[in-house]
Structures are given as structure tokens and as C-alpha cells.
Design a protein around this ligand. Structure first.
Ligand code: AMP
Ligand code: GLY
Length: 431
């Protein structure tokens, strides 16, 4: 069969790579893809981003099903448009994708259905928002309602920072329509983790747990980014926490969406705050897999992802299961100089294998911001590569990933040297 993956990042390279390993798959098209998907055996890039043109392509090529990586096409209604033409596609409808596309939608949904999250209020009037901040005090969190490519959340440690965030979003309209409403919510403390499940409208199948590293610099310093690396599993998600998240967050979300007439299908990502006492709250929902969480999760997946997604498309996820490699996977993002504000582009990348993600035993390099210019690989975005390795321990996986990272070169390359360190120290404390 032939499949289509929509997107151009490291998540999409990993998804397409994993799907292509199924013995049932002849080719995976990636639209528009990147320099890594261009060179991966079994994959082919398609230079299309328009939704109707993607539908034409899927119909013409007889694509068995399409998997959507990023949120933007989901929020724009790609699933609705494909389904209307009888094309199989895995993802949420436009209305269901509001769980990510509108923080106000997600917060009022959670409040209505009793799903634990930080207490919040929504404002479109600056004066009322400023008054709320004064009333609630700092630290406090100000979030743009709409999709803002990772720039929409300000964790304010002072009142001044919170007021400034409101000015930026509501008064100066710096984020455009996405910042026309703001959600102001309580600051939560604890350990963050990513909890991603597949949903078929009713049944749920959990993926392995993971943890992102959102700050640019070691020891969680510096500005927020799209994610500088991830580890799977994370010891923060014990079997008790896992059960609690399914019972208190995922199950009521899937049931609530169905009861509201917007049944959820696709990957559902709950960003968790695990509080010191073991209570779990939802920081955010994403209507897709995480990037870079996907990369370490998928190198641990032993089952055939094609079979699992087919179950999800058929509404029979209750009959599916996933086998996981028991080892730990660490994914280290190699980012461009200047990332996240102004990443440099156009630098040649050297030290990579000639074709494919595989980089020695139990190590893979997934591409994100790269393009293939004739035979040269060149940087083309903020997050350039994600070096992902498996190991018997977090330290072993780190060692393998960092050795590989050291052999890769491009001008201005930057990466964190402590991806997985929190997981490693938690495991050491436990042992
Ligand atoms: P979000 O896009 O909503 O996940 O927010 C991005 C990051 O901001 C999260 O990964 C957290 O580190 C932080 N964050 C968001 N909401 C809160 C909160 N209520 N309390 C503390 N930190 C938060
Ligand atoms: N890694 C965080 C995200 O994908 O939203």
C-alpha cells in the first residue's frame, strides 16, 4: 500500500520512517517533507501543501490512508475535507482540533467536564485582563488563545511581566488574531510530562510516556523553544500516574468530546503537570503527536504502526496493542545558530550517512529544518536534526546520541548537553 504523511519536521520524518518499515507498505509520500525524507529509502517527497491539492494527490495515487503531523492543517480542516471525498485520514476534525487551536475552548471544555487543569479566566478587554492579574498576583501564566507557534505562553514571575504580556497580546496585537483573547491561569508547579494516545472516537490506546525539554539551554534555562530534546519513557509517569491520567484526563476528554457532538479521532497529546503529591493536571492539549517526543517514542515501538492506525480508522482500537522496546530512547535536537528568534539558514551539514535515518546501531538521525540542494544537505529551519538513540539506561542512550551528535557539523550548530538528565536522576533516586 501507499501512504501519505503531511508535514515537514522531525516528527514527520520519524512517522514516515516508522510507517515505511511495515512489510505492507510500498511507499510513504511526505508532503512537503525535508532533506531527510528526500533521502530515506521507501519515502518520497511531494511538493504540495494546499489541502485540496493534497486530496487530489491522495485520490490519484490511491493512498490507503493519510497521517497528519502538524496542527495547522488539522485546524484548517484537512480531516473534514478528506473525509468528505471518501479519503481515509487519521486526525481530528476541525471542530475537535479546537482542543489545541483555542486555549479558551480547551479550558471551558475541561471546566465543564471536570478535567483537572489550572484555574483560569479568559479576556479580550485589556483593562479586565490587567485587573485580573492584579487580583490574582504573580507568578501567573498568560496564554494567547490561538495557535502561536510556541510563542503564545508567558510564565510571568512578576506582575510587570504579566502586564507586559497582556499589552503585547491584547493591545499591540503582536500575535494577531491568535492573541485577540488571552487565558490567564494559575501557575502550577511539579514535573512536566507528555502523554500521547491514539483515539478512534471512543476507544483509547496509549503510547509510551515521554518528556520534552522546552528551554533552549542546559538546566532548563533560556527562552522557550519548540522542544530541544525528549526522552521516553519518563520515570515521572509511574504506572499509578499512567492509570490516573487515563481515568481523570483522557477518558473524560474522549467521552466529553463525544457527548458534545465532536467525537475525537487522531493522536491526542496531554501536556501534564505532575504535582509533588501525585495529582495530575492538564497544562494543554495538542491534537497531534509531539515534536520531538515522536522521535524517541517511535524508535521504541516494536509493533507495526500501520496496523495500529488501521484499527484507529476502523473504530477498533480496543483490539489493538503496542509492544515497546524496554530500553530508554533519548532524542537530542541539533538547532541552528540564532534559534529560536532568528535561526540562520543555508549552512551545509556534514557528517551524516549518505541515505536514511539509521546512524549505526540503535541510533537514528531524523531531519527537520533541512533541504537537499543537488547532493548537498543544507540547513533550512530552527530545529535542524534530532539525533535519537536507544540504550539500556538513560546514560547509555545519552552516550550514544551525543557521540553521534559530535560527528555532525554545520555552522552555528547548538544543542543541549543534558537531554534526559532529569529522567536519569529520577531513576537513580528510585534505584
Ligand atoms: P503550553 O503551550 O500551554 O504547554 O505552555 C508552554 C509551557 O509553559 C509549558 O510546557 C510549561 O512549561 C509552561 N506552562 C504552561 N502553563 C503553565 C502553568 N499553568 N503553570 C506553570 N507553567 C506553565
Ligand atoms: N514538544 C512539544 C510539542 O510538540 O508541542
Amino acid at each position: 500500500m501507499k501512504l501519505l504523511v503531511v508535514g515537514a519536521g522531525g516528527r514527520e520524518h520519524a512517522l514516515a520512517w516508522k510507517l515505511s518499515r511495515s512489510p505492507r507498505v510500498r511507499r510513504v509520500y511526505v508532503a512537503p517533507g525535508n532533506g531527510g525524507t528526500a533521502r530515506e529509502p521507501g519515502l518520497a517527497n511531494v511538493p504540495i501543501t494546499d489541502i485540496d491539492a493534497l486530496g487530489d494527490f491522495a485520490a490519484r495515487e490511491g493512498i490507503a490512508f493519510t497521517v497528519v503531523g502538524p496542527e495547522a492543517p488539522l485546524a484548517a480542516g484537512i480531516v473534514d475535507r478528506f473525509r468528505a471525498r471518501g479519503l481515509r485520514i487519521f486526525g481530528p476534525t476541525q471542530r475537535a482540533a479546537q482542543l489545541e487551536a483555542s486555549k479558551h475552548f480547551a479550558k471551558s471544555f475541561m471546566q465543564r467536564h471536570g478535567i483537572p487543569t489550572a484555574a483560569s479566566e479568559t479576556f479580550s478587554e485589556p483593562a479586565a485582563a490587567h485587573a485580573c492579574v492584579d487580583r490574582r498576583g504573580a507568578p501567573i501564566v498568560v496564554k494567547a488563545d490561538g495557535l502561536a507557534a510556541g510563542k503564545g505562553v508567558v510564565v510571568a514571575t512578576s506582575l510587570a511581566q504579566a502586564h507586559e504580556a497582556i499589552d503585547t497580546m491584547l493591545t499591540a496585537n503582536r500575535l494577531g488574531e491568535a492573541g485577540a483573547r488571552v487565558v490567564i491561569e494559575d501557575f502550577l508547579q511539579g514535573e512536566e510530562a507528555s502523554f500521547i494516545v491514539l483515539v478512534d472516537g471512543h476507544h483509547v490506546l496509549a503510547l509510551a510516556s515521554s518528556q520534552d525539554h522546552k528551554r533552549l539551554l542546559d538546566a532548563d534555562r533560556g527562552p522557550n523553544t519548540g522542544g530541544m530534546g525528549a526522552v521516553s519513557p519518563t520515570p515521572a509517569v509511574t504506572s499509578e500516574i499512567h492509570a490516573r491520567v487515563l481515568r481523570e484526563i483522557v477518558r473524560p476528554t474522549v467521552d466529553g468530546m463525544a457527548a458534545d457532538g465532536t467525537p475525537y479521532t487522531g493522536f491526542l497529546y496531554a501536556g501534564l503537570m505532575i504535582e509533588p503529591g501525585g495529582a495530575v493536571r492538564t497544562l494543554e492539549f495538542n491534537c497531534r503527536m509531539g515534536d520531538p517526543e515522536t522521535q524517541p517514542i517511535l524508535v521504541r515501538m516494536k509493533s507495526d504502526l500501520v496496523d495500529v492506525i488501521e484499527h484507529a480508522l476502523d473504530g477498533t482500537l480496543d483490539r489493538a496493542s503496542i509492544d515497546w522496546d524496554r530500553r530508554t530512547a533519548v532524542g537530542v535536537v541539533l538547532a541552528a545558530g540564532g534559534y529560536p528568534d532568528a535561526p540562520r539558514k543555508g549552512d551545509e551539514i556534514t557528517g551524516l550517512p549518505r541515505a536514511g535515518a539509521a546512524f549505526g546501531d540503535d541510533c537514528w538521525v531524523f531531519h527537520a529544518g533541512t533541504v537537499l540542494e543537488r547532493e548537498r544537505l543544507v540547513t533550512a529551519g530552527g530545529r535542524v536534526l534530532c539525533v535519537t538513540a536507544l540504550g539500556e539506561s538513560t546514560q547509555a542512550a545519552q552516550g550514544r546520541a551525543y557521540r553521534a551528535a559530535e560527528s555532525i557539523r554545520f555552522a552555528g550548530m547548538q544543542y543541549r548537553s543534558d537531554i534526559g538528565a532529569r529522567a536519569a536522576s529520577a531513576a537513580a533516586t528510585r534505584d
